[in-house]
Design a protein around this ligand. Structure first.
Ligand code: ADP
Ligand code: MG
Length: 729
């Protein structure tokens, strides 16, 4: 008997606790928003003015803090945290596993003289040695030093993480080797931000000398699935890999579109509300929530923030989601493709640049054609994406995202840029010189300014584009739901930083030759538009004709991770990253190795899990049911009935044998393929072997397992079915 599946369903149906588990401190969010964050307001209250000013300028300009100041800040943080009931502190960091890591230490210290104090000083604030030697490092540490070090990032505020067991002061940090090589996502992001800023400020000075600072902004949109904990635990694949490795499609899936923006189920609503309260206490400005396309799929989005803080907040959110869901006996699936045949989950990254004078550099205003500054930043971004599309693609490559990109319900693996009708016209007019004579900058701008209001165009959004301009920001839709946003954000900052640097050089060159500055700017913009034309695409990104057309335009289409990752080591990429000071060549190789290794490990776990599931669950169920049918046939035969009376039984018995035979054969083959793959010396070759030799076998095994699910008596089927995972609440 397939007990666990029915037990799980019964558990779900008997759940009574659908309510909210925590009370909001107050009805008004503004009264408790940020209460668990050591933000500017708290720093002001807890720090002497002199130190407060130093911290502020450290945050704004990256100026280093002195040892003495660090002591004062540590003392203030400790005081604030202890007042809030924190007993421990932790350096909080983002290793290349994709999630966050923390190691808790107690404030409590026993002094040599026997006295007991709560201690936390500048040294412990600024640097720690979390002994993270088992975090992926891509060989960076074996050559130098086994340990990793964490170092304080003052630009992201410390916060208190509250769990049922207690409260911990968390300090956002970078994670590096002894010699300062990055082992995480944060350090490259911070470096890329600095690089973009220095390039962008210079270009801003053509238009406004008052600009001192440019920051990148990120507003992410997080998609996810919710499944009841009992159902989740009854599926070994969900537990171990985060996705279903088999499961016959439910006759009703998302065809009716009845889930999208439908009313949020009570239990899910309670989860969302709790999650939002936790987010607001931690200063994560979440605002929107709604159902997504897939049954059981939802989305959450905050207001945008400075990129480093936004990335930290998204990492923190993914952690909070797990914790809050378990309070509601739910599990969050952040996997990019938990269910075959149902929409996958992405994490749209809305990216823009803003100045300290309050201007969004990608905001065209009412008359985009007239806004030369907008056009400069807008076309430089597109030109950069055209030049380095492969790097952007590589930054969102993972075993899980491979199921999504190019799978006809998500952005294709071909990078193209959608800008909408109005801006297409503006760009076309500039490129073709429609309104322009030789010197006619003013006329061009005046004429372009007659183009209708851009805002009207905003509703016309192409959902099939992986990289779309949406009014005043670019939306990168290729990012996977479980990913750290820092990867693609680092690419955006670096490539646009580089492009703006080139832009400045080119404009200055023309000016030196005697050209008027605005005319020079327009000339470079025009060239950028002409050069980036192949990447501009307004049509249906899901269509097969686009694949053909894109190939004709020379755009890459790399639907699998190992191939996509190779772009990281291109001469061009190494030159870009080392030139920008974002990665050393050694770091880049290490990051590449880690990404390949992650890919191999993910597929290895999936393949082993699938093997166990079919051998331990599916085949026994099939054999049992076959025995039941055989007994039935024997009984009918003894009654001397004509053979036709048990024809269907015989037919099913034979079809079961066909599929069980195939499964056994394929599982053996898969095991051999894994062995062969594991023997490859280079990690990229292992990754390719898993991709080419192991993955297709998993798909074939699934096909036969799903056929058995269709053939076998429902009462005998041991694994929770798709319809139950998607619809039982
Ligand atoms: P929608 O795409 O759902 O219509 P919006 O366009 O308002 O909604 O915003 C979507 C996301 O874009 C939100 O997360 C928002 O914070 C973010 N966003 C808006 N403006 C910017 C900006 N200047 N920089 C980065 N992200 C932004
Ligand atoms: Mg969006």
């Amino acid at each position: 008997m397939s007990i666990s599946r029915f037990n799980a369903i019964e558990t779900v149906l008997n759940r009574t606790d659908n309510g909210v588990s925590i009370e909001a401190p107050d009805k008004r969010i503004s009264s408790f928003y940020g209460s668990h964050v050591f933000n500017e307001q708290k720093m002001k209250a807890f720090l002497p003015e002199r130190v407060f000013n130093s911290v502020k300028s450290a945050i704004q300009s990256g100026k280093k803090l002195g040892r003495e100041e660090a002591d004062v800040i540590a003392e203030a943080m400790k005081k604030w945290a202890i007042e809030h009931g924190a007993t421990h502190y932790s350096h909080w960091f983002q290793p290349l596993t994709g999630r966050t890591a923390e190691k808790h230490d107690s404030f409590f210290t026993l002094r040599p003289d026997g006295s007991i104090v709560e201690e936390f000083n500048g040294d412990t604030l600024v640097q720690q040695e979390p002994d993270g030697s088992s975090f992926p490092g891509g060989g960076l540490r074996s050559t130098f030093e086994a340990r990793g070090y964490t170092a304080w990032d003052p630009s992201s505020p410390a916060f208190i993480l509250e769990t049922a067991a207690g409260k911990t002061l968390c300090i956002p940090t970078i994670f590096v080797t002894y010699s300062g090589q990055s082992l995480d996502y944060k350090l490259p992001l911070l470096k890329s931000q600095a690089y973009l800023e220095s390039s962008a400020v210079e270009v801003c000075h053509y238009f406004d000398k008052a600009v001192k600072k440019v920051m990148t902004t990120l507003g992410w949109e997080q998609e996810y699935f919710l499944v009841d904990e009992a159902l989740f635990n009854a599926r070994p694949d969900l537990m171990l890999t985060g996705r279903t490795l088999m499961g016959k499609h439910s006759p009703k899936g998302q065809q009716l579109d009845d889930h999208y923006f439908g009313s949020i189920p009570e239990r899910v609503y309670a989860f969302m509300r709790d999650l939002e309260i936790e987010c607001h206490k931690l200063g994560i400005p979440v605002r929107t929530r709604h159902n997504e396309v897939g049954p059981g799929q939802y989305e959450l989005a905050p207001m945008y923030e400075e990129v480093n803080v936004a990335v930290d907040h998204n990492q923190l959110l993914m952690d909070l989601m797990d914790r809050v869901a378990s309070r509601h006996s739910l599990r969050v699936l952040l996997h990019e493709k938990p269910f075959s045949g149902v929409n996958g989950s992405g994490k749209h990254n809305n990216w823009s640049m803003g100045t300290d004078t309050g201007k969004n550099l990608l905001s065209p205003g009412k008359t985009p054609g007239k806004n030369l500054q907008f056009l400069a930043f807008f076309t430089a971004t597109i030109r950069a994406v055209y030049e380095y599309a492969d790097l952007l693609r590589a930054s969102v490559a993972s075993a899980a995202n491979d199921h999504r990109l190019g799978a006809n319900e998500a952005p294709p693996a071909i990078v193209s840029v959608f800008v909408g009708e109005t801006l297409s016209k503006v760009m076309g007019d500039i490129a073709d010189g429609v309104h322009s004579d030789k010197e006619g900058v003013k006329e061009v701008l005046d004429l372009l300014s007659k183009i209708p209001d851009l805002e009207k165009d905003n509703t016309d959004r192409n959902r099939t584009s992986p990289f779309a301009f949406t009014g005043n920001k670019f939306e990168i839709r290729m990012v996977g739901s479980s990913m750290n946003c820092a990867g693609p954000m680092t690419v955006m900052n670096t490539i646009v930083g580089r492009q703006l640097r080139d832009f400045k050089k080119e404009v200055d060159g023309l000016v030196q030759k005697g050209k008027d500055q605005n005319a020079a700017i327009l000339e470079v913009i025009k060239r950028y538009i002409v050069e980036s034309r192949p990447i501009l695409f307004e049509g249906d990104g899901y269509s097969d004709s686009w694949k053909e057309e894109a190939a004709g335009r020379g755009l890459s289409n790399t639907p699998n991770t190992p191939e996509a990752l190779e772009a990281l080591l291109d001469k061009k990429s190494v030159e870009l990253y080392t030139g920008a000071g974002v990665f050393t060549s050694q770091e880049l190789h290490a990051h590449f190795d880690v990404m390949c290794e992650n890919y191999v490990l993910k597929l290895q776990i999936e393949s082993r899990t699938l093997g166990e599931m079919v051998i331990n669950h599916v085949l026994p169920a099939a054999f049992n049911y076959q025995t039941m049918l055989a007994d039935n046939v024997t009984a009918l035969h003894q009654l001397d009935l004509p053979k036709g009376a048990y024809g269907p039984q015989l037919d099913i018995i034979a079809r079961i044998s066909e599929n069980t035979g195939k499964i056994k054969e394929l599982v053996d083959k898969m095991s051999e393929a894994r062995k062969a793959a594991n023997q490859q010396e280079e990690v990229i070759d292992r990754a390719k072997a898993y991709c080419q030799d192991v993955k297709p076998l998993m798909e074939s095994i699934r096909l036969h397992a799903d056929r058995l699910e269709y053939l076998i008596d429902d009462r005998e089927w041991p694994l929770v079915k798709y319809r139950e995972l998607l619809f039982v609440r």
